[in-house]
Design a protein around this ligand. Sequence first.
Ligand SMILES: [Fe+2]
Ligand SMILES: [Fe+2]
Length: 272
Amino acid sequence: MPSPYICRACTAAARRQPTSRTAVTTSTRAIRSAARSKRAASIAPTTRGSAAADAKRSASTITTPANPSDPGPPPPTSKPVAKMTPEQRAFLASALRVNHAGELAATVILKSQTPPLVTTHPNLRPLMSHMLDQESSHFATFNGLLAKHRIRPSALYPVWSAAAGILGWSTGLLGKEASMACTEAVETEIGEHYNSQLRELVKWDQEARERGEELDPELRELMGEVRRIRDEELEHLDHAVEGGAKMARPYEVLTGVVRGGCRGAIWIAQKV
Ligand SMILES: [Fe+2]
Ligand SMILES: [Fe+2]
């Protein structure tokens, strides 16, 4: 259950006017806008109506419905189920493996960041706890899916764990802004990573429907879980920016190193 702190933060974010954060990168802005469009519609009428609508239009093929009343993708029907192709089986294995490794890293980063961070900023304890609860839930989801499909975890599991621990602990020691910049960088890359998976799954879903078939239920399940988790990652990204990520110094160097590291880790974990 979200803490009152998070509810207030989310509500405040939805009610604020768009800012002119010139330092926000294009990709960061795009995926943050997609998250805002969902929350703005589900939390309260806001002054961000046009920005949210733009974000929804720009990401209409891959985002979750912006309004809870929107039914989203059609439910399964009595149509024949498309047999999973070898390409799709390979995609499923690779996606589950890399997502599992990424969520492991996210939980370790937050666990390592929290002690030094809340020592100097005890007011951040509810936020850190909230994000860790969600990351732990994401990790458990992919743990379960790996076991269900009998797919092995990344062979570099210990490496990801150690690297994430060092990253979380060091940015926690550097302070609040550095910790938030780390979270912003990680969530930016993770958001883009999940969006790229969704684009592929949505394409296969559309192709199956055009043939009068249903996408394989295992791929539909993955699509639903990735959508849900992607949206929570983008909320973390917003919390990080609102928590002062842009104030970190040197911001560009810190976020550049973390984002580059994330991209490299994703590339490797997809294969190993
Ligand atoms: Fe996560
Ligand atoms: Fe996250």
